[in-house]
Design a protein around this ligand. Structure first.
Ligand code: GDP
Ligand code: MG
Length: 296
């Protein structure tokens, strides 16, 4: 199953008519430079969305402001097509003063909603382009202490506008015990600041197996992840991972990190849920606020 992403499962998530038109998903990644955002995107989708060169050059030239960079790739698996857009935010959290780092990102998310709203108001609504952000992966630095002010501020400002999925970056740099304690601390901070992170809905009609699978996924949040573009031989298996003098941390091994659970949620089980929540709740609230402010 090496390299199997899992979006071929998408038709099971939605009605068959969507299969013909293909699937589309837009994901944003936010976090300080060097936390492994580009590497994780490549690992998640098993693509070279970000060429190795770009990753190697990482801290060479830091931008002076937060930039918004959108990259799109068409990927196909077992005949199922996915148009994937990743919106990167280089510069976020990299400055001495990060007080307003969240602002260009919020502006970007809202302007995507504005563009959608404008299309809805057109006479011909047959070809709507949906560039709204369906999920935002927020990378937390593996310090083992607590959330930083910049993390809390970002999540507080953005949680009503986007599906926030917090993840602990480079989890291979922490011990298992440190990860457990850090997760607790992060969740306590999130709770204390009344930040709403993405929660998968539970349906009464779901079978026991689905409910168990979902709660298993949710129990791993914030996902402690490891990304890598390197493969190694372990007992005759090819595995993606990172090598240490004492052994190899395997990306796709659930005993080593939560990468598999994150991918499962994002791609195999909840991609359509994330899109639905974006449209039905986040976008709808934004639209109401906007129209009310305009006096309509
Ligand atoms: P970005 O600036 O957030 O996009 O980070 P990059 O993906 O460019 O990665 C920055 C550096 O961290 C590169 O040298 C990567 O090889 C390394 N890196 C990426 N992911 C991981 C990880 O999960 N663990 C460790 N230890 N290093 C990583
Ligand atoms: Mg990057």
């Amino acid at each position: 199953l090496q390299g199997y992403v899992g979006f071929a499962n998408l038709p099971n998530q939605v009605h068959r008519k969507s299969v013909k038109t293909g699937f589309q998903f837009t994901c944003m990644v936010v976090g300080e430079s060097g936390l492994g955002k580009s590497t994780l995107v490549n690992t998640l989708f098993n693509t070279q969305l970000y060429p190795p060169k770009e990753i190697a050059e990482l801290t060479a030239e830091l931008p002076q402001t937060v930039e918004i960079k959108s990259t799109t790739a068409d990927i196909e698996e077992n005949g199922v097509k996915l148009k994937l857009t990743v919106v990167d935010t280089p510069g976020f959290g990299d400055f001495v003063n990060n007080e307003e780092s969240w602002k260009p990102i919020l502006d970007d998310i809202e302007s995507r909603c504005d563009a959608y709203l404008e299309q809805e108001n057109r006479v011909n609504r047959r070809k709507m382009a949906d560039n709204r952000i369906h999920a935002c992966l927020y990378f937390i630095s593996p310090t083992g202490h607590a959330l930083k002010a910049v993390d809390i501020e970002f999540m507080r400002r953005l949680h009503t506008r986007v599906n926030l999925i917090p993840i602990i970056a480079k989890a291979d740099t922490m011990t298992e015990e440190e990860v457990v304690a850090f997760k607790e601390r992060i969740l306590a901070d999130i709770n204390y600041h009344q930040i709403q992170i993405y929660q998968a809905p539970v349906y009464e009609y779901d079978d026991m197996e689905t409910i168990a699978e979902n709660s298993e996924i949710m129990s791993k949040i914030p996902f402690a992840v490891v990304g890598s573009d390197k493969e190694f031989d372990v007992d005759g298996r090819r595995v993606r991972g990172r090598m240490y003098p004492w052994g190899i941390i395997e990306v796709d091994n659930e005993d080593h990190c939560d990468f598999v659970k994150l991918r499962q949620m994002l791609i195999r089980t909840h991609m359509e849920e994330l899109k639905e929540y974006t449209n039905d709740v986040l976008y709808e609230n934004y639209r109401t606020e906007k129209l009310t402010a305009m006096g309509i």
